[in-house]
Write a protein that binds this ligand. Structure first.
Ligand code: PLP
Length: 393
């Protein structure tokens, strides 16, 4: 007779330990830990546990939300007739829309005003009978402008639905919409006549309220490194009833770490925002009054408390490298690493600024423990760097 070994023998290294999809003991334990992290994240967002999905990054889940189904699913399930978004979404989001356009979707890109805001009215005016998705970022990663997501969601809720016969939908969809619910396989509930509202909330944790009920969105994407969490993981909120073919894909320890950082960010949010807002005001006021030729990109109101983005009189990359020599790390525009920003940041250009202004824009994003004296030092160095290089450009 063979007795049970005292020590367990793990022979699933090909899948890896902590695999929450495995059905053996270690897998079940990993699943239980993942569910605890999911429940905690759901609590922070004021949503149900089964409305949170894990993924490798925000872009991956955003792609799934936009395509309606996973990108691998059948082509005819992917079609999204009309989408409304803005010209200042993150490049990874805009890339998804460009792909959808190639598949036949129509996309309306809303232009922000010169301060970087779009309005609920603009969204309303862009709606078409076959609009399926509206995707508007909560806060912009370059210029920090906070979009009126609550107003947009309220407008969508109050909007009268057009009578079905005026809808220009395909026969296939008309038949499906009339079919009993059980037969409408593949059509997310609520999507047939009402557009879904998605928001890229990547820049929000720790700086803006992320109560999804109050925001009123149907879907939202988050990325852990942006709130101090580990690289390689993000999560999405997808309102219950929206059928999107997403599956959790993540390492359990990353999910736990991300959850912990999200809870910390939310806990310290109010105090942090009040501290950063004062520092930001000090920094902006002094930059504008003390260094000639500086302009602020984006409005002063409704702006992330940690964001300062300015047009300088010199080339942005030169400015970043010069500041780096003095031990100061800032970013040129969107911190674009792929080199496709040669024409200047699409966000700064969308504000109506020139290519030259876009190419001389520098972003400071405050965090950690910045003090007034550190900001004074940054301004002194910046002035020196600008004085030295102004005539070179
Ligand atoms: N959206 C915004 C506003 C971002 O700032 C970023 C990354 O910086 C992304 C989306 C992309 O997130 P991820 O790298 O997790 O795909």
């Amino acid at each position: 007779m063979i007795g049970k070994m005292k020590k367990r023998i793990f022979l699933d290294y090909a899948a890896g330990k902590d695999n929450p999809n495995a059905i053996y003991k270690e897998g079940r334990e990993a699943r239980a830990r993942l569910e605890v992290a999911r429940a905690k994240i759901a609590k922070v967002l004021s949503v149900a546990t089964d409305e949170i999905y894990f993924s490798a990054n925000a872009t991956q889940l955003f792609t799934a939300c936009s395509f309606g189904q996973s990108p691998q699913s059948r082509r005819d399930e992917q079609l999204l007739p009309h989408i409304v978004t803005t010209l200042i979404e993150h490049s990874s989001v805009l890339e998804v829309f460009r792909k959808l356009e190639c598949l036949g979707a129509k996309v309306t890109y809303l232009k922000p005003d010169h301060e970087g805001f779009v309005t609920a009215k603009q969204v309303q005016e862009a709606l078409q009978p076959d609009t399926r998705l509206i995707s508007i970022m909560y806060a912009n990663n370059e210029i920090g402008t906070i979009q009126p997501i609550k107003e947009i969601s309220r407008m969508l809720r109050l909007r009268k639905k057009p009578p079905p016969k005026t809808l220009a939908i395909s026969a296939r969809e008309r038949i499906r919409s009339l079919a009993p619910v059980a037969l409408r396989e593949g059509i997310p509930e609520g999507i047939s006549f009402n557009p879904l509202l998605h928001s890229d909330c990547v820049q929000a944790p720790g700086l803006l309220p992320i109560d999804m009920q109050s925001l009123g969105v149907d879907m939202a994407s988050f990325s852990a490194p942006k709130f101090g969490g580990p690289a390689g993981i993000g999560f999405d909120y997808i309102r219950r009833g929206i059928r999107i073919n997403v599956r959790d894909a993540c390492a359990v320890d990353l999910a736990e770490n991300m959850c912990e950082k999200l809870e910390q960010a939310e806990k310290s949010r109010e105090k942090e925002v009040s501290r950063l807002t004062k520092l930001r005001a000090y920094f902006i006021d002094n930059l504008l009054s003390w260094i000639p030729g500086i302009q602020l990109n984006g409005g002063q109101e409704n702006r992330l408390s940690n964001n300062v983005n300015i047009v300088t009189p010199i080339d942005a990359e030169l400015c970043v490298l010069e500041l780096d020599r003095y031990g100061i790390a800032v970013s040129a525009g969107a911190a674009c690493s792929s080199g496709d920003c040669a024409d200047g940041s699409h966000v700064i250009l969308a504000l109506g600024k020139s290519k030259k202004e876009a190419n001389s824009s520098v972003r400071f994003s405050l965090g950690g423990e910045p003090s007034k004296s550190q900001l004074d030092y940054v301004m002194k160095v910046l002035k020196k760097v600008i004085d030295k290089n102004t005539n070179l450009w």
